[in-house]
Design a protein around this ligand. Structure first.
Ligand code: ZN
Length: 254
């Protein structure tokens, strides 16, 4: 059994919580793959989604630490807190460009527009981290045929854009896409909103399988469900980079 741990950095609030998350991962001898979004933090555009909802609900509460920095639309990838990831032994990949725009408007974009977004994001990523990203994940698991066509031109080792169990190459009609997908097995604990006991039971069941991938957000699971996160890390043992799953992919494909 191996649990691949994917950490999505969607916003400034996520970036600010990364150093504390690294300390926690060290405590449990765990490794993770961090997918960092690029471009301005557009968290404030999300506000309309929460109108009339409980203002202290987790999804909104998790954005509060980065609220003032998102007012000035500061770029997420250039936040200094992310520097701790360099040479940390954890993996870093790119989580698209302009997270909000991607999640909500990807379906309206053509291949050239999507390629342009990926290319811009890769340049910003390389400028900050000194290496080009080798892996990708689509913000909000939002995909389209145009996106998959654009993605294939970038030669990433793998991408993580879907839910599922086994690595696969997507197919639409007769068209089979070349970029290997490493799907996420279960939604993040904050999204599930199940009680801790039920989530741990589920993780224990998944631990009996060859491998599975869990994803989290630092500003959510670390800050608001820390006890649960620690229980997961304790029960899943040493977690794995998605790159390690990718490198062993011939062993685990169905
Ligand atoms: Zn995201």
């Amino acid at each position: 059994m191996t649990m691949g741990l994917r950490v999505d950095v969607d916003s400034i609030a996520d970036a600010m919580a990364v150093p504390e998350l690294l300390d926690l991962l060290k405590k449990y001898h765990s490794k993770a793959t961090f997918f960092i979004t690029t471009g301005p933090d557009e968290t404030l555009r999300n506000i309309s989604h929460y109108t009339g909802k409980n203002l202290l609900s987790i999804p909104l509460k998790r954005y509060i630490p980065g609220f003032f920095q998102s007012i000035i639309r500061r770029n997420v990838e250039s936040h200094q807190a992310l520097q701790v990831l360099i040479n940390s032994g954890h993996e870093i990949g790119i989580h698209g460009y302009r997270h909000y725009e991607w999640m909500n408007f990807l379906h309206k974009k053509n291949i050239a527009e999507i390629s342009n977004m990926i290319e811009t994001g890769c340049k910003l990523f390389e400028k900050v981290f000194g290496i080009p990203p080798r892996s990708f994940s689509s913000p909000g698991f939002t995909t389209s045929k145009e996106y998959l066509l654009a993605l294939d031109d970038f030669d990433f080792d793998y991408s993580s854009d879907f839910y599922g169990f086994h690595p696969f190459n997507p197919q639409v009609g007769d068209k089979k896409f070349g970029t290997l997908q490493l799907p996420v097995t279960i939604p993040s604990p904050c999204e599930l909103q199940d009680d801790d006991e039920k989530i741990i039971r589920n993780i224990r069941e998944l631990c009996k399988k060859d491998h599975f991938i869990l994803y989290i957000h630092p500003s959510c699971e670390l800050l608001y469900r820390r006890e649960l996160l620690e229980s997961i890390l304790e029960c899943a043992g040493n977690t794995q980079l998605l790159r390690e799953i990718y490198e062993n992919t011939s062993d685990i494909r169905p």
